[in-house]
Design a protein around this ligand. Structure first.
Ligand SMILES: Cc1ncc(COP(=O)(O)O)c(C=O)c1O
Length: 389
């Protein structure tokens, strides 16, 4: 597809033909895997545009271009993991700076700020990024340099208004960083709502098959992009050529997968909400969920991540034992349904008192709804809830 047509194409077409479409030299329909660390130079001081694969690799570049297009940004960067992407973004800041983070960001994001960046004097403060007054008060401090949000946020599926956060951040000259892992650009494009930096754990829905670890960053501003490319090359957490290829391959089917993930999730969330063994269901696709309206305004769908709590008479450990089809595992966004216990797994890095304050109870269960037959997922969950007491 010609570059000028990329932005006019539909979402499904862009996923398949966006970025660099195939290989011009041979006509191969897929971007080749340039599995090389270095490139022979033409003559002293003259190269082909590539010198060394930490600095640039054609397979990674095809992915980076695709990511930028899908997120409606101008520049994309691919990293060895979501955490490597987050770390690269956080190294934009300096000693004395403070980042405001949403109450329930991913545990690893909290951990890297709390246990790594604090060694360098970069601080964080957890705030309720759904509350305009709270943000407006916190963001005005001179040392605050950025707001960092996830929406829906992990694991209570709290929806944050991206546009509201962008407006407040920009009013005081701060950056808005959005982790868009849960919805992907197929369902939500934060740059369209004013975000400055979009981050992904591409390990999840973008890869889609639980077979790779990868991270992405997309920005619009050229100066920010230059700094991030400098950081990427200097610190070296780049995505490898084979993994870049796998990710491009995964992204081609993102649309059909997301549609099916979401179709299943809506049925399962409604079923859970009506189950006598379940007391709370957190899913922004349910009418009555506090995030329902904002989610509808800023996204093309609620996604397929659901959290819920069993009633107090149920034993959570027995519930997990009772599952057969749905796997107890970290991660999310693969074709298979995966379930986890946030307080002892994904969010264990967050101290118990903070977990309690933000509502991550020991009773909370997080489900990544796969694309299996929905009746099979429901039947497995039902048996496990019954087994739990
Ligand atoms: C929302 C979110 N952001 C970032 C990450 C970190 O990504 P990775 O595991 O690819 O390093 C995760 C991982 O679970 C996540 O769920």
């Amino acid at each position: 597809m010609k570059t000028e047509n990329h932005n006019k194409a539909g979402k499904l077409t862009q996923l398949i033909h966006g970025g660099i479409d195939g290989d011009e030299r041979t006509g191969a329909v897929n971007v080749p895997i340039y599995q090389t660390s270095t490139y022979r130079q033409i003559e002293l001081g003259k190269n082909t545009g590539y010198e060394y694969s930490r600095t640039g690799n054609p397979t990674r570049e095809a992915l980076e271009k695709l990511a930028a297009e899908l997120e409606k940004g101008r520049f994309g960067l691919a990293f060895a993991s979501g955490m490597a992407a987050i770390t690269a973004v956080l190294t934009l800041f300096q000693t004395g700076d403070k980042i405001l983070i949403s109450n329930n960001v991913y545990g690893g994001t909290f951990r890297v700020l709390d246990k790594v960046f604090n060694h360098f004097g970069i601080n964080y403060e957890m705030i309720d990024t759904t509350d305009r007054q709270v943000i407006e008060t916190a963001v005005q401090a001179a040392n605050v340099k950025a707001l960092y949000i996830e929406t829906p946020a992990n694991p209570l599926m709290t929806v944050t208004d991206i546009q509201m956060n962008a407006e407040i951040a920009h009013k005081y000259g701060k950056l808005l960083i959005v982790d868009n892992t849960f919805l992907t650009p197929y369902l939500q494009r934060p740059i369209e709502h004013g975000a400055d930096i979009v981050i992904h754990s591409a390990t999840k829905y973008l890869g889609g098959h639980s077979d790779l670890i990868a991270g992405l960053v997309v920005v619009n501003d050229e100066k920010l992009a230059e700094r991030l490319y400098f950081i990427q090359n200097s610190t070296g957490g780049v995505l490898q050529p084979f993994d870049s290829f796998l990710l491009i391959r995964g992204i081609k089917t993102l649309g059909v997968r997301m549609e099916r993930h979401q179709e299943n999730a809506i049925v399962i969330a409604e079923w859970l909400a009506n189950h006598s063994g379940v007391k709370n269901v957190y899913y922004p696709g349910l009418k009555g969920d506090p995030g329902y309206e904002v989610q509808k305004k800023q996204a093309d769908g609620p996604g397929a991540m659901i959290s819920f709590e069993l009633t107090d008479d149920k034993n959570v450990a027995r519930f997990f034992q009772g599952l057969e089809l749905v796997g107890l595992a970290e991660s999310l966004g693969g074709v298979e349904s995966i379930i986890c216990h946030p307080s002892s797994m994904t969010h264990a890095a967050i101290p118990a008192d903070i977990r309690e304050r933000v509502g991550i109870t020991d009773n909370l269960i997080r489900l990544s709804v796969g694309i299996e037959d929905v009746k099979d997922i429901i039947s497995d969950l039902d048996s496990a809830i019954n087994y739990a007491g």
